[in-house]
Design a protein around this ligand. Structure first.
Ligand code: MG
Ligand code: MG
Length: 256
C-alpha cells in the first residue's frame, strides 16, 4: 500500500525537483566535444552542495559519483570518467538530490555537438514518450497505462523499451513503491492515486531491447552496441492530469 504524500511533502519534493532540474541545466551548459564526463559530475556536485543539498546517488549502494553519466550504448548507471565527449555522442545524465528530508530525481540525454538524424530521432521520441507516460499518470489509471503509453509510442518508430529497469515511487526514499515499468498493458499494474509521487523514466534503445550488465556491476549497456536514450521527470499524480515536480524548462529555455 502506497501512502499518498501530503501537500506539505509535495512542496518539499517540488523544491528537490527544481534543484535537480537546475543542476541538469548547469551540466547541459558545458556538454561539448572535448569535455570529460568527470567534469560534468564535478559541476553538478558543486552546484548541488552550493544549494545546501546532498547528491543522493553518491554512495548509494556504493555508487561512486553524484551523477550517473551514460554515453552512447550505455543505457544507465554509467560512471563519470576521463572519457572525453566527442562530436556525435549522446550523453545521458541522471541526477538525484536529497534536500529537507526528500529526494529529487531526473535525467536528460544531451546530444554532443551535431548528431546524425537517426540519433536525433531517438532523443526526440524518447523524450516525447516520457510526456505520453505523464499524460497517462492520472488518478484511477494504473502503472500499466503509463507503460503502455510509452511502449506503443516508441515501438511505432521501431525503437525498443529496456525491460530490466523501470521508474519508481519517490519521497523520503529515492526508490519507493510502486515500480513504474516502461512497457505493459492498459488497466494492469498498481492503481494510481492522488498525491502519489513517481518518477517516469523511459530507457529506449535505437536497436534491440537486450542489455547486459558491465563487469563493474553497475553500467547497463545495449547488447547490439547501438545507442540508448533516457529521460526522467518526477510527477505527482492528480485527478485529471499529473503535475510535474521537475522540468526540462531550465535546460531547454536557458532559464536560471
Ligand atoms: Mg534518475
Ligand atoms: Mg529514477
Amino acid at each position: 500500500m502506497v501512502k499518498p504524500k501530503t501537500e506539505e511533502e509535495i512542496e518539499l519534493m517540488r523544491e528537490n525537483g527544481i534543484l535537480v532540474s537546475r543542476t541538469l541545466a548547469e551540466v547541459g551548459k558545458i556538454v561539448a566535444p572535448g569535455v570529460s564526463t568527470k567534469e560534468l559530475n564535478r559541476v553538478a556536485e558543486t552546484f548541488i552542495r552550493d544549494n545546501g543539498a546532498i547528491p543522493s546517488f553518491l554512495g548509494y549502494d556504493g555508487f561512486p559519483a553524484a551523477l550517473c553519466i551514460s554515453v552512447n550504448d550505455t543505457v544507465v548507471h554509467g560512471f563519470p570518467s576521463d572519457y572525453l565527449l566527442k562530436e556525435g555522442d549522446i550523453v545521458s545524465v541522471d541526477c538525484g538530490t536529497f534536500y529537507k528530508g526528500y529526494n529529487g530525481d531526473s535525467a536528460y540525454t544531451f546530444p554532443v555537438g551535431e548528431v546524425d538524424a537517426g540519433t536525433r530521432q531517438l532523443l526526440d521520441v524518447t523524450k516525447a514518450s516520457l510526456y505520453k507516460g505523464i499524460e497517462a499518470a492520472v488518478a484511477g489509471n494504473r502503472t500499466g497505462d503509463i507503460g503502455h503509453a510509452v511502449q506503443t509510442y516508441v515501438e511505432s518508430f521501431g525503437f525498443s523499451v529496456v525491460r530490466e529497469l523501470e521508474g519508481h515511487g519517490i519521497g523520503r526514499q529515492m526508490h519507493e513503491n510502486p515500480g513504474v515499468p516502461n512497457y505493459g498493458l492498459r488497466g494492469k499494474g498498481k492503481l494510481l492515486v492522488p498525491g502519489m509521487t513517481i518518477c517516469i523514466e523511459p530507457m529506449i534503445n535505437a536497436g534491440r531491447k537486450d542489455v547486459y550488465l558491465a563487469r563493474n556491476g553497475w553500467e547497463v549497456r545495449t547488447c547490439d552496441k547501438r545507442k540508448s536514450a533516457h529521460y526522467e521527470l518526477t510527477v505527482v499524480v492528480r485527478n485529471g492530469h499529473a503535475e510535474q515536480l521537475s522540468t526540462f524548462d531550465y535546460i531547454e529555455n536557458q532559464i536560471n
